[in-house]
Write a protein that binds this ligand. Structure first.
Ligand SMILES: NC(=O)c1ccc[n+]([C@@H]2O[C@H](COP(=O)([O-])OP(=O)(O)OC[C@H]3O[C@@H](n4cnc5c(N)ncnc54)[C@H](O)[C@@H]3O)[C@@H](O)[C@H]2O)c1
Length: 443
């Protein structure tokens, strides 16, 4: 057996032994929508987790036992802190004992839709100063194919680390769907692509603690692309249904009825629904990472550009439809009063990132509308040039608006009350299921 094969087997045996004896230590870098639930999942299996978070407010919030992630209750956080298995810190030297380090930092866009992997690089550079020999580093942040091998590996190599001997490297995309109670982290199969079979094997052992099904692929590059395929698939299908909804409206066809009936086909069809756009830290930007990387190979992805263009037009389209509805009621859009219901990018989560509701609000403002909003999860909203406060709903208040736009369909909102008092409702989320046509217009 070669010296390296011996090292590899030793590492696998060592990880297996530690997992069996519940001695394996995990570090999670970045305690956000991805990292925080992941950390809690390990803690619930009595695995010691050190969470590294550089945002002082978030760290303070954790230490004060107040959760800032909708899917995590204060009680769950409290239980985790009391368990003795969770430590949150801003100090990277606290990862020195960790066997597995999971990197879950943001990957936003910069400039003209360019990938910004500076958070990953900075977190990994810092981690590389402290990891112990034999540690497994797993990148979970969504990124373009090649990041792990072209950008992360060299950081370790520049410190003289040899892969497979001093450390192991892997990419494993996070697939969490915030707000989805049916599929929490532990129930979503995990894909792993190690830089070597040993790295994949170690990652499978680690995720095997919390997840039933772990699926290995041949390389980090393949694993990076898996995530981008999933989100590009969503982007393109959402763009398609948005376009079909605009087409159907022109042709006087009810697209929602069509989708519902098409969904009865037991194979070959998956429903997507039209809406004001896509938001959050995934679908609007992940396909653009792929688009950018493909360009460096001289390949232009027409589907991604087209779907993004269609989706980006939706806020303006909704405003145009509202303008038409008001006009039919002899009312101009300028100086009209419109209440936007729901401003987060999707229902029942507190996340405002890239929310299409905000784009709709900005467009309404550009059309001279006096806009107010109501959202049980967002008490205040800071927009460019104006600060808004969530409207407390009452019959009189609702009656004072020319139109109520359902932009995000949070649960727990009194929709029947809204229907009773509103003069006109524009329903972009099919809350009213096409009923009450005299008052409710549907996207
Ligand atoms: N939000 C989602 O639904 C989702 C789903 C799957 C994958 N992802 C991907 O996961 C990654 C993280 O997304 P998120 O939604 O959790 O982002 P987030 O902004 O909610 O959380 C990231 C956290 O990392 C922290 N951070 C940044 N730099 C750091 C550093 N150097 N050291 C320690 N902490 C640092 C930030 O302060 C923040 O709290 C992104 O690549 C995203 O595309 C997100």
């Amino acid at each position: 057996m070669s010296e390296w094969a011996g090292e590899m087997n030793k590492a696998i045996l060592e990880f297996s032994r530690k997992i069996k004896k519940r001695q394996l230590k995990v570090a999670v870098i970045g305690l956000g929508y991805v990292g925080f639930p992941l950390a809690l999942e390990f803690i619930s299996r009595r695995v010691s987790v050190t969470g590294i978070e550089i945002d002082r407010d978030r760290l303070k919030s954790i230490l004060n036992k107040v959760s800032y992630i909708s899917d995590i209750s204060d009680k769950e956080l409290n239980v985790a802190l009391k368990s003795g298995y969770f430590r949150a810190s801003a100090d990277f030297s606290d990862i020195k004992d960790a066997d597995a380090i999971l990197v879950c930092v943001p990957t936003p866009l910069k400039g003209k839709n360019l990938p910004d992997i500076s958070f990953i690089k900075s977190a990994v550079k810092e981690a590389a100063l402290h990891i112990k020999k034999g540690a497994l580093v797993i990148l979970e942040s969504t990124t373009y194919p090649g990041t792990t091998e072209e950008e992360i590996l060299p950081i370790f190599q520049s410190r003289g680390f040899v892969h497979g001997k001093d450390f192991y490297l892997c990419f494993s995309p996070e697939r969490i769907d915030p707000g989805n109670k049916k599929f929490p982290v532990g129930k979503i199969p995990k894909v792993v692509g190690g830089l070597s079979p040993a790295a994949s094997r170690l990652a499978m052992l680690v995720y095997g603690i919390i997840i039933k099904k772990v699926v290995p692929v041949s390389s980090p590059r393949a694993a990076e692309t898996v995530k981008l395929l999933e989100n590009t698939y969503r982007l393109i299908n959402i763009g398609l249904i948005d376009e079909l909804s605009m087409m159907a409206n022109k042709m006087n066809i009810d697209i929602w009825e069509v989708i519902q009936a098409a969904s009865t086909k037991p194979f070959g069809f998956m429903p997507f629904y039209p809406g004001p756009g896509v938001g959050g830290h995934c679908i609007p930007k992940d396909p653009l990472y792929l688009h950018w990387k493909a360009k460096s190979f001289g390949f232009h992805s027409r589907f991604i550009s087209l779907a993004s263009n269609v989706i980006n037009y939706m806020p303006e389209y909704i405003v145009k439809r509202i303008e038409g509805s008001l006009k039919r009621r002899n009312k101009g859009i300028k100086n009209s009063k419109i209440l936007v219901m729901g401003v987060t990018y999707k229902k029942d989560i507190k996340d405002l990132r890239k929310s299409p509701s905000i784009d709709v609000i900005n467009s309404l403002i550009r059309h001279g509308v006096k806009v107010a909003y109501s959202d049980p999860l967002i008490p205040f909203l800071k927009l460019e040039g104006i600060d808004l406060k969530s409207t407390v709903l009452s019959d009189t208040k609702i009656r004072g608006f020319d139109c109520v736009l359902i932009a995000t369909d949070h649960s727990g909102v009194d929709y029947p009350g809204l229907l009773k008092s509103a003069r006109l409702i524009f329903d972009s989320r099919n809350v009213f299921k096409g009923r009450h046509k005299e008052k409710v217009e549907r996207l």
